[in-house]
Design a protein around this ligand. Structure first.
Ligand SMILES: C[S@@+](CC[C@H](N)C(=O)[O-])C[C@H]1O[C@@H](n2cnc3c(N)ncnc32)[C@H](O)[C@@H]1O
Length: 300
């Protein structure tokens, strides 16, 4: 496969148990769900969760006829599969968003939550999501906000070198970026999205508050404050609702799910444990019900 920007590789990681389960982040999980419910149409045909990981949020998408969980980490997808089962409504796909296997114009919704902060090439990643969506489709994008209260205070006290007000992304740890809301709005617009709504999320992400204040109260307060993000986005996490622009006719939403990442053909012979591209002959792995479009198995 040709070179792509560096990937933050979660293969084999214990992200679920190191970061979420038993780690005191129910508040973050709950306020993200509130934002998601506000921005995503409750029902639809095909939704793709880009960077869906172990399927933490997949139970929010029960109103969709088909849900593709796409992630670069096969091991996290195996955890997602254990969690959400194999009834065929949820489809598990190991792939790199920079070399997307999602068929053009074939999805009517997408989410990308806690993922873009690992992207060095934001326009390339967003462009791939836009290409998969039909005109009018909804894309809920979450990003980490560099212009947040804590960063502004640290900057004021000269405890931090970078400015929260400048537009360029800041890489605070390798392959972990915070973004200015205006930079993200411009990037979304450049690839053909119009941002309709913006929510400020997770205002009270502070250990001491989470210990002292009952979680339901914190979640309720955050829910009240979320709409302020439309004009004043200073929380650490920003959720945006973006509509795919364009008047090219939408692909049939019951048409192909995938295209070959090598040649873009949608003529794929989907066998029980392998997918063979009829366009270029590339074989892709499909072990234990998980499609794997990261590296080809072979060419014919
Ligand atoms: C912080 S986790 C978030 C997982 C999930 N969205 C959640 O909120 O629980 C980031 C996820 O992005 C995935 N990821 C990172 N780079 C990717 C890429 N280039 N293509 C697809 N997935 C990627 C990782 O494998 C990981 O599962």
């Amino acid at each position: 496969m040709s070179d792509t920007p560096a990937i933050c590789n979660y293969e084999g990681s214990s992200y679920r148990t190191d970061f979420w389960e038993g780690r005191g982040r129910q508040y973050e999980d709950q306020v993200e769900r509130v934002a998601l419910r506000r921005l995503l149409p409750p029902t639809g045909k095909r939704l793709v969760e880009v960077g869906g990981g172990f399927g933490r949020l997949t139970d929010e998408f029960t109103g969709y006829q088909q849900v593709v969980i796409m992630d670069y980490s096969r091991s996290l997808l195996e955890e997602a599969q254990k969690r959400h089962g194999t009834d065929g409504r949820i489809i598990y796909v190991a792939a790199n968003i920079y070399q997307s296997p999602l068929a053009t114009g074939s999805y009517d919704a997408a989410t990308m939550i806690r993922v873009i902060h690992h992207m060095r090439d934001v326009p390339a990643a967003l462009g791939q999501v836009r290409a998969a969506l039909a005109p009018g489709a909804t894309f809920v994008l979450e990003f980490a906000n560099k212009r947040n209260f804590k960063a502004m205070l640290r900057h004021l006290l000269r405890l931090q070198k970078w400015s929260p007000y400048s537009l360029e992304p800041v890489e605070f740890v390798e392959l972990n970026f915070d973004f200015h809301p205006r930079y993200m709005a411009q990037s979304l617009q450049q690839v053909g999205f119009s941002t309709e709504r913006r929510l400020a999320v997770s205002h009270f992400r502070l250990g001491i508050l989470k210990r002292l204040v009952p979680m339901r109260l914190l979640v309720g307060l955050d829910s009240l404050l979320q709409p302020t993000g439309q004009f004043a986005a200073y929380a650490p996490s920003i959720f945006t609702q973006n509509i795919a622009q364009g008047d090219n006719p939408p692909a049939a939403l019951d048409g192909p799910l995938f295209k070959c990442p090598q040649c873009a053909s949608t003529q794929l012979d989907d066998q029980s444990d392998v997918v063979v591209c009829q366009g270029c002959g590339t074989h892709w792995d499909k072990r234990d019900g998980i499609y794997d479009f990261r590296e080809p198995l072979s060419h014919s």
